[in-house]
Design a protein around this ligand. Structure first.
Ligand code: SLL
Length: 271
């Protein structure tokens, strides 16, 4: 593919948060009945997805996603075209866990080559401790394996840069100027074309086409500043603990060195 015409925006990096992963549930007559036609040996329903944070649209930078599933699954390579505001996702049923290959195809304007992610489909409760596993079991057996990720666009082409940042709200002066010129065009790229100005917000307050994440968690939306702060707090506590342990080891070492010096001097006194 020929690179897009135009210059790159030098010294600029734009990043966009997104989430990918799987959600699985065991079949249960009442809460999650097995769909008709699903093979006898299938035990779970599951979904694999790529989506924006707080379900905000990402199709302006991510055009399509190819999911490569296990070869035992009919039609195991699936290409999903982006639909504005909707996650890229696949629903399936099965019995086993495996590695899913997720290939991201970017907007043509970006000039970016496709990029591959790998995700392990989890059907069974997992965790570092029994407690963590138990928490998953209690939640109706729903097994969530989601990853927060940031897509970085390094020195994007001007036209693509315009697309990336066109969700930012206009300042009153810029709004007035845009109205005056009939809302046509922007600098660079979108010559004569109506510039798409979104500027909407998600329920969690995330501005369209921005790098924002919500301030607080909501059900199904665990990636927020709140989570980030809790994680930072955990890191600070762990750091304090490590410092404390290191101080203790140093103290013991000093005592031993002192004892060694004493023994040495005793030894030299007796010989
Ligand atoms: C395992 N290595 O042994 C893995 C393989 C394959 C899972 C898991 C669906 C098959 C179908 C399915 O669950 N495949 O659609 O019939 O655990």
């Amino acid at each position: 593919m020929a690179p897009p015409a135009g210059k790159r925006v030098k010294g600029v990096q734009v990043f966009r948060p997104f989430v990918y992963g799987t959600t699985a549930r065991p079949f249960d007559e009442k809460t999650n009945p097995k769909p008709p036609g699903a093979p006898d040996d299938h035990t779970h329903s599951w979904t694999v997805f790529v989506k924006g944070i707080d379900d905000v649209d990402i199709t302006y930078w991510l055009r399509r996603v190819q999911f490569k599933l296990h070869e035992s699954i009919p039609n195991h390579v699936r290409m999903m075209e982006g639909e504005k505001g909707k996650p890229f996702s696949i629903n399936e049923t099965g019995w086993g866990e495996f590695e899913i290959t997720i290939k991201l195809y970017y907007a043509a304007e970006s000039g970016e080559k496709p990029q591959t992610l790998y995700h392990h489909l989890r059907l069974h409760p997992y965790g570092r401790t029994e407690e963590e596993k138990e928490t998953m079991r209690l939640n109706g057996g729903e097994v969530i394996s989601w990853t927060y990720e940031e897509q970085i666009f390094n020195e994007p082409y001007e036209a693509f840069y315009d697309i990336l940042v066109s969700g930012a709200p206009l300042t009153p002066a810029a709004q007035a100027a845009a109205n005056k010129s009939g809302g046509k065009g922007g600098k660079g790229g979108s010559k004569g074309k109506e510039k798409e100005q979104t500027g909407g917000r998600s329920e969690g307050g995330v501005l369209e086409r921005s790098a924002m994440i919500p301030m607080v968690n909501r059900p199904g939306q665990p990636f927020s500043r709140e989570t980030e702060q809790l994680e930072a707090q955990k890191l600070r506590e762990a750091r304090a603990k490590v410092d404390e342990m290191a101080a203790k080891v140093r103290e013991e070492m000093e005592k031993k060195q002192q004892r060694l010096a004493e023994l040495k001097s005793e030894n030299s006194n007796t010989t």
